[in-house]
Design a protein around this ligand. Structure first.
Ligand SMILES: Cc1cc2nc3c(=O)[nH]c(=O)nc-3n(C[C@H](O)[C@H](O)[C@H](O)COP(=O)(O)OP(=O)(O)OC[C@H]3O[C@@H](n4cnc5c(N)ncnc54)[C@H](O)[C@@H]3O)c2cc1C
Ligand SMILES: NC(=O)c1ccc[n+]([C@@H]2O[C@H](COP(=O)([O-])OP(=O)(O)OC[C@H]3O[C@@H](n4cnc5c(N)ncnc54)[C@H](OP(=O)(O)O)[C@@H]3O)[C@@H](O)[C@H]2O)c1
Length: 342
């Protein structure tokens, strides 16, 4: 008797949404930060997407953890061990903002990601990112992806009516902005651009971690877009201190400096005084904070002109506390602010 064959996608509709891609390029900015390029499963294309969207990636050999509630109610995640004391392995899926521009994917086929190796408080690596960073180009380069591309952190949805768009990305929170700026630059090549002005603050610990740095400098220099790039390093080495093309300090503090506001750490000291709390811990942090310095070729006045309250939107992505502060700063200045939720 002929077996009755049901297409697998009918039995398991969600399985039809999963494919296995291959990593074809990896550029290490540091031992814990890399740009990965993923090509789709053979015979397939990635679906179309808008700059600012994200996609879910999975690896199946991740070291698994289990949730443990401690006696004080705190939740921690510990290695999930089998009966022989070996850490169980299995699939872990997470979302990643797409750092490639849609035109790059159309032309080249790949999606690009700017990913940091997650570290738990005890120094152990995150489940999925450990597996991604351990991939080797020859034998173990497969990454499962979901074919649904999601998210509404796009220029169309978040920035359409504004003349001034200010991006503030910390760490890998740059990824959606990298996609947007590359796409805008590409589209700008095809005809006269509108009167929108784009300003990007990207803060990371050191200059090696400033992903897409040269590309942003090139885009700025090309003059095709009205684009100003403000790179800043929060842990400058002596050499980076001497490099006047780089900003210094955390991105949120640089933005505060442009607006003439105190550093976040200084504001915390004032708040402790107001509340009558012990201000010493906040003072110690304020003393250690790296003072914000703009790249030498940029002035406060020039940047302020690009951030007038009535027609500016700030888009921010990355460190949650940095985003909180940027929302606060924007509210103080009466500027609309949108953040990527993650
Ligand atoms: C929309 C979106 C876009 C993103 N884009 C980027 C990007 O462009 N680049 C980037 O580097 N990252 C991005 N991320 C973060 C990314 O999705 C992952 O959270 C990150 O890479 C860590 O994954 P991991 O498996 O290595 O860490 P995990 O092992 O998942 O650890 C992360 C935290 O989860 C907790 N945890 C550990 N084990 C468990 C468990 N068993 N169950 C539940 N929680 C647990 C721990 O508190 C730990 O600190 C994005 C996230 C979102 C939501
Ligand atoms: N799109 C997303 O959803 C997304 C994007 C990126 C990252 N993530 C997640 O974020 C985590 C960290 O990744 P990362 O290295 O990219 O970023 P990060 O560790 O947050 O560091 C990047 C920059 O943020 C600054 N920063 C740290 N704490 C801050 C604070 N409290 N206030 C203001 N600035 C602060 C750092 O300054 P210092 O040098 O002074 O610490 C550094 O300049 C990872 O777990 C990753 O999974 C998610």
């Amino acid at each position: 008797m002929q077996p009755y064959l049901v297409p697998i996608g009918v039995l398991f509709p969600c399985m039809a949404d999963i494919k296995v891609g291959t990593t074809v390029h990896r550029f290490d900015l540091s031992p814990i930060l890399a740009i990965f390029r993923l090509v789709p499963e053979q015979g397939h294309h990635f679906p179309p997407y808008r700059a600012g969207q994200y996609v879910a990636l999975r690896r199946d050999n991740c070291r698994l953890t289990k949730r443990v509630v401690q006696s004080d109610g705190r939740i921690i995640y510990l290695p999930d061990l089998d009966e022989h004391g070996n850490q169980r392995r299995g699939p872990v899926t997470h979302s990643y903002s797409i750092a490639s521009a849609p035109y790059e994917t159309e032309r080249e086929g790949w999606l690009e990601f700017y990913i940091i190796l997650e570290m738990y408080a005890d120094g152990k690596p995150g489940r999925l990112t450990e597996s991604l960073f351990q991939m080797d180009s020859e034998d173990d380069n497969r990454v499962t992806y979901f074919t649904k591309i999601a998210g509404d952190f796009t220029l169309e949805r978040r920035a359409a009516p504004f003349d001034n768009v200010v991006f503030v990305g910390t760490g890998t929170g740059l990824a959606p902005f990298a996609s947007m700026i590359k796409q805008l630059h590409h589209e700008g090549k095809d005809g006269p651009f509108g009167r929108k002005r784009y300003t990007l603050f990207h803060g990371n610990r050191g200059s090696a971690e400033l992903g897409y740095h040269q590309q942003f400098l090139d885009i700025e220099r090309s003059g095709i877009l009205d684009f100003v790039y403000v790179p800043t390093v929060s842990r400058p080495s002596p050499e980076e201190y001497r490099d006047h093309t780089l900003g210094k300090g955390r991105a949120n503090n640089l933005l505060r400096a442009v607006f003439g506001l105190p550093l976040k750490e200084e504001e915390n000291v004032l708040r402790a005084h107001e509340l009558g709390e012990d201000s010493e811990p906040a003072e110690a942090l304020a003393r250690r904070a790296v003072r914000p310095v703009l790249p030498a070729h940029l002035s406060r006045t020039q940047l302020l002109e690009r951030m007038t309250s009535e027609n500016t939107v700030i888009l921010t992505c990355g460190n949650p506390r940095s985003m909180e502060d940027i929302l606060h700063v924007a509210a103080v200045r009466g500027i609309k602010c949108e953040r990527e939720v993650w």
